[in-house]
Write a protein that binds this ligand. Structure first.
Ligand code: AMP
Length: 435
């Protein structure tokens, strides 16, 4: 048997329905904030990620799926999408259009990480980027939009962690202080930290090795080294959040996994996710677009990426806790009583679908008992038992599968009756999918 590659998986119903639901609601929320979709290619030149994500990051040093094309150019499956969006921003000179560039994307990303629950080698992200402004108001609105999205799904227990990682002007002084503090401590730290201390000391704060955590807790924090501009920016973001009643926790050691972040950095964590508790992450990256060729005055930007797989895990946990069960099957199952009603049943199905109901049609000529058993097992909510007499009498027997309750309904009012009954009726006792 050929199986899916390690770290990849098939998304099957009913779980795939949750992905669809999350994407639909995300699109609605993004529209409220005037974002439009961008679809970038799944593979790009390796150089794009090396230059923008950063040569010294885990992603670039050990996690990218890189391959040589037939013309020997080096290509990489995208490990994240901000670099691609910034590339597109520069390639199409989007700063020349009026107003800010507000784009969102959704789709698969690829990283060769050690697979575990909530961590995959092909995973899905939903993200958004605002380019062309450095105003704290933009940071605030992005965080407010995320809060709204979480609220729409009842994930209000997700916690916002917030920090400022400064800018290229104020970071050197912090790097120096960090290096000094690290020197005597490094021999007790992991090999990765020892390497990072030389190449990019900020990355040390990102270390997940448990033995290193007490040492990291003693290191100086960036907050004490921010220059005036960065400090004011951060204060304004916090004030706007306070005045909107959006709760957050200051996390002075929060740094993001990619090199390009400046100033505001944030993450939402969720308790239901276990060790991989980061639901989404993002931050400001002023200057990234300039590295890729944009003029300095148009190169400010901020964005986030939601881990969609983890969002769905958190949603499943929340719904399970609330005891919510969603129907796994169709709204209606049409059971033809006898082979001669086949075409009339298909016409009835067409009519109900036109009214917006999901309909499954039973094979004409099979035993009614078998059809009803199938309807029940697939989780259909209602079965219509359609025989020749019912059709000529314009009365269709409707069976509610969860309760077994049956009644005849006038053909002309059938779709209205079903729609009303669907909102009121419990789901079937069949093989319902929990989600
Ligand atoms: P990042 O692009 O690293 O800032 O990650 C943003 C979000 O994507 C994280 O908060 C996670 O929710 C999600 N994520 C990152 N890597 C993975 C992975 N390997 N598997 C599943 N989700 C991931």
């Amino acid at each position: 048997m050929i199986r899916a590659i390690k770290g990849t998986r098939d998304l099957l119903p009913p779980e795939s329905g949750l992905f669809e639901e999350v994407e639909t609601v995300a699109r609605e929320v993004f529209r409220l904030y005037n974002f439009a979709e961008i679809r970038t290619p799944i593979f790009e030149t390796t150089e794009l990620f090396a230059r923008s994500v950063g040569e010294e990051t885990d992603i670039v040093t050990k996690e990218m799926y890189t391959f040589q094309d037939r013309d020997e150019s080096s290509l990489t499956l995208r490990p994240e999408a901000t670099a691609s969006v910034a590339r597109a921003y520069v390639e199409h000179r989007l700063w020349e259009k009026p107003g800010l560039t507000r784009l969102y994307y959704m789709g698969p990303m690829f990283r060769r990480e050690r697979p575990q629950k909530g961590r995959y080698r092909q995973f899905y992200q939903i993200g958004a980027e605002v380019m062309g402004s450095g105003a704290p108001q933009v940071d605030f609105e992005l965080l407010e939009m995320l809060t709204l999205l979480l609220q729409r799904f009842g994930l209000t227990d997700a916690e916002l962690l917030l920090n400022s990682v400064g800018c290229p002007q104020c970071r050197p002084a912090y790097h120096e202080a960090l290096r000094k503090a690290l020197e005597p401590r490094l021999p007790r730290m992991c090999a990765d930290c020892q390497r990072r201390a030389q190449t990019n000391p900020l990355r040390v704060l990102d270390c997940k090795v448990p033995e290193d955590q007490p040492i990291i807790a003693e290191l100086p924090v960036l907050k004490d080294y921010l220059d005036l501009g960065c400090r004011e920016h951060f204060q304004q973001v916090c004030q706007l959040l306070d005045s909107a009643g959006i709760r957050y926790r200051l996390e002075p050691r929060l740094v993001r996994g990619l090199d390009y972040y400046t100033r505001t950095a944030f993450e939402f964590v969720h308790g239901a996710l276990g060790s991989q508790n980061s639901l989404l992450g993002g931050g400001r990256y002023d200057g990234l677009a300039q590295v890729l060729g944009a003029p300095a005055q148009a190169s400010q930007g901020i964005g986030f990426a939601i881990g969609e797989d983890r969002f769905v895990l958190a949603l499943q946990a929340a719904r399970e806790k609330a005891g919510a069960i969603v129907p796994a099957g169709s709204d209606v199952f049409i059971a033809p009583v006898g082979a001669e009603v086949q075409s009339a049943c298909l016409a009835l199905a067409r009519e109900l679908r036109a009214a917006g109901l999901s309909v499954e049609t039973g094979e004409a000529g099979r035993k009614l008992g078998k059809l009803l058993e199938l309807a029940s097992r697939t989780g259909a909510r209602f079965a219509l038992l359609v025989g020749e007499q019912d059709l000529s009498g314009n009365q269709i027997p409707v069976k509610q599968l969860a309760t077994g309750h049956q009644q005849s309904v006038e053909r002309a009012g059938l779709s209205d009756y079903l729609k009303q009954a669907l909102t009121a009726a419990p789901v079937t006792a069949g093989e319902v999918g929990k989600s």
